[in-house]
Design a protein around this ligand. Structure first.
Ligand SMILES: *[C@@H]1O[C@H](CO)[C@@H](O)[C@H](O)[C@H]1NC(C)=O
Ligand SMILES: *[C@@H]1O[C@H](CO)[C@@H](O)[C@H](O)[C@H]1NC(C)=O
Ligand SMILES: *[C@@H]1O[C@H](CO)[C@@H](O)[C@H](O)[C@H]1NC(C)=O
Ligand SMILES: *[C@@H]1O[C@H](CO)[C@@H](O)[C@H](O)[C@H]1NC(C)=O
Ligand SMILES: [Zn+2]
Length: 584
């Protein structure tokens, strides 16, 4: 009984609703993960024994639903731990994570490799083809369960299985270490600028950010005009300097630091990349695939490695000549504007921006005031209401958050019923938060078979994380973020508005990775729809919508630089394919 009351005190064990972030501390993690892994292992044993020997006695309700129930507490708590690692990273948390990760991985491997469970899923599927009434969602879940179990090594025996499991532990270690190195290498680099000339050309909002960076953690106050200014490698700071600083040497230093980030010294990821490749290759071999790319594609929509290369080559052929013309025009433009010599990597963003401004008589700073975050959000919410009949309302304070800047919202359906919720973590925090933008599903839509402790049912909930400039002061946040906001919002909508009652296939769960971007990319196009732009824009002082001229210029400008940016994306894809399919 004493243990019982202690359990209730550990907020990480509380799965009755959204995580109690203000109550959860690093010290709660080890006991909870230890307890929940033990519980899951015991529960599994019992479950395996209970599985009916006769295939004809097994039903969806007796096989699948109890399993979901069994796994939920551990996977939910683990999700919270992983989430904290990406938004509130600290040395303390890392040590604890390191301690529990192998325990977690072992338990999940034990689950994934359970042969009785694997067998129990097969007959359900077969019965179904003989006319049992499993619906499409259930069939989808079973099929991907079986495939997932094979990829998790369920059919392996003896030494092969041992080696496979050891590799999974090592891979978990290495991928965690990889992310830590990126974060640490980013944190370790900064340039402090004392000379006003170095920030010449950098828009005022961004100068204020750099000045704030320079005095962070001290009691000095910042001065965006006199400096000092501090430049770092996280996206908002990097982008703004590369696009606007007239100090070419500064741009070169920053470019070099960024492309060699975590590539040498204390936070060297190059060895780790090589180890990950080797272990993935071995995993693929053990499972009978030619290489890891083939293994990975076995659960994606692209048919095979060749099909991927065909698409990449096709796009490359189309975009290469376009990119070449863009580059030539940029070179000429730069020379016309006093640039001497060939454009280098660290000149491209700078001159592209100048060319864009000159072609369309539009600068970031002109567009920026029309897109304050609040305005963009309320416009987005109106758009969702028109398109989907939902209503989104701020609900800050009704859920605990991990950082005071995090916002919280409720989603209601047409009848006014609360159907989902989401967090928005809007700002870049290079000291503790991963860079970039992502969506994370916290709670899935579950059928009534996993009632939260307090009764009722779980509503889907997710996080939209983006990395805006954390500028404080009178000026609002600039454009360049709407696309990302709309993109993540698209993922979020798909997660939250799901009508699938099983976690294993609700929202974006179980959608192939190479198809999961459809909704989010689709949402981005609204930015080029006049009505929408008018709705999400509103000058931070006057409330005026984006002037029509500016919008027309944005539409024209959209066609520019398509070739170069396509090549960048193709490069990422090709590199990934090379690393995982060729062995050099
Ligand atoms: C994982 O990392 C921890 C801590 O660095 C280490 O003690 C452990 O041996 C590693 N495990 C594997 C399988 O590499
Ligand atoms: C791309 O162009 C090259 C050379 O012109 C050609 O050999 C190749 O077949 C093309 N590939 C595709 C996928 O179009
Ligand atoms: C460069 O300047 C020349 C001469 O003024 C002009 O004809 C040309 O269009 C300019 N090129 C670009 C890319 O701006
Ligand atoms: C944001 O500004 C950039 C130029 O700085 C421009 O390319 C882009 O179209 C703008 N987007 C919107 C939606 O205003
Ligand atoms: Zn996406």
């Amino acid at each position: 009984e004493r243990e019982d009351s202690k359990d209730r005190e550990n907020p990480l064990l509380d799965t009755s609703g959204l995580p109690r972030f203000s109550d959860i501390t690093v010290s709660h993690i080890v006991p909870v993960i230890m307890q929940l892994t033990r519980q899951l292992e015991e529960g599994l044993q019992e479950y395996e024994h209970r599985l009916k020997p006769q295939p004809s006695d097994r039903s969806w309700e007796s096989v699948e639903e109890p399993l979901e129930l069994l796994v939920f507490p551990l996977s939910y708590s683990w999700l919270v731990v992983s989430h904290l690692l990406s938004v509130a990273n600290s040395q303390e948390l890392r040590l604890v994570h390191q301690q529990v990760q192998p325990v977690y991985v072992n338990t999940m491997t034990r689950l994934a490799q359970s042969f009785p469970i694997f067998l129990a899923h097969k007959p359900i599927r077969e019965l179904n083809t003989e006319g049992q009434k499993l619906d499409r969602v259930q069939r989808r879940i079973l099929e991907s369960f079986l495939h997932g179990a094979r990829l998790a090594g369920v059919e392996l025996q003896g030494g092969k299985k041992q080696r496979f499991n050891q590799i999974q532990l090592q891979l978990a270690n290495l991928t965690t270490k990889f992310k830590e190195n990126v974060l640490d290498a980013t944190k370790a680099f900064s340039i402090t600028l004392m000379d006003r000339l170095s920030v010449e050309g950098i828009p005022e909002t961004a100068r204020r950010l750099l000045a704030n960076n320079a005095v962070a953690g001290t009691d000095r106050s910042s001065d965006p005009e006199k400096g000092p200014w501090m430049v770092t490698l996280d996206d908002p700071s990097y982008d703004v300097v590369m696009k606007h600083s007239q100090d070419r040497q500064l741009r070169e230093r920053l470019f070099r630091a960024r492309v060699t980030r975590a590539a040498a010294g204390q936070f060297d990821n190059s060895v780790i990349i090589q180890e990950i490749r080797e272990l993935r290759r071995e995993t693929a071999e053990i499972l009978g695939y030619k290489n890891y790319a083939e293994l990975s594609l076995s659960s994606k929509m692209a048919k095979n490695v060749e099909a991927v290369w065909d698409l990449l080559n096709f796009l490359h052929n189309k975009s290469y000549p376009v990119a070449q013309r863009e580059l030539e025009s940029l070179q000429e433009f730069a020379q016309n504007h006093s640039h001497v010599g060939e454009l280098k990597h660290w000149d491209l963003p700078f001159w592209a921006e100048r060319q864009w401004e000159s072609l369309f008589s539009l600068t970031d700073e002109m567009v920026r005031p029309y897109f304050p975050l609040e305005r963009v959000l309320s416009g987005l919410f109106k758009l969702s209401s028109d398109l989907l009949g939902i209503r989104i309302e701020p609900a800050d304070g009704t859920a605990q958050v991990w950082n005071p800047a995090v916002r919280f919202f409720y989603v209601y359906d047409e009848k006014g019923t609360h159907i989902a919720s989401f967090y928005l973590d809007p700002y870049s925090r290079p000291q503790e938060k991963h860079s970039g933008a992502w969506m994370l599903g916290f709670l899935d839509s579950h059928n009534h078979h996993i009632p939260p402790l307090g009764g009722g049912i779980y509503l889907p909930a997710c996080l939209l994380a983006i990395s805006l400039l954390p500028v404080s002061g009178p000026k609002p946040h600039g454009n360049c973020s709407q696309e990302i906001e709309l993109h993540q919002f698209g993922h979020g909508l798909q997660h939250m508005l799901t009508t699938v009652p099983y976690a294993a296939a609700s929202g974006i769960n179980n959608i192939e990775w190479d198809a999961v971007e459809i909704v989010s990319q689709f949402m981005e196009n609204w930015l080029y729809d006049r009505d929408t732009i008018m709705r999400i824009s509103g000058h931070y002082q006057t409330g005026e919508h984006l002037p029509d001229d500016m919008f027309k210029q944005i539409l024209r400008g959209r066609r520019e630089e398509g070739g170069l940016s396509m090549l960048t994306q193709l490069y990422f894809a090709a590199l990934d394919m090379e690393l995982h399919s060729r062995w050099v």
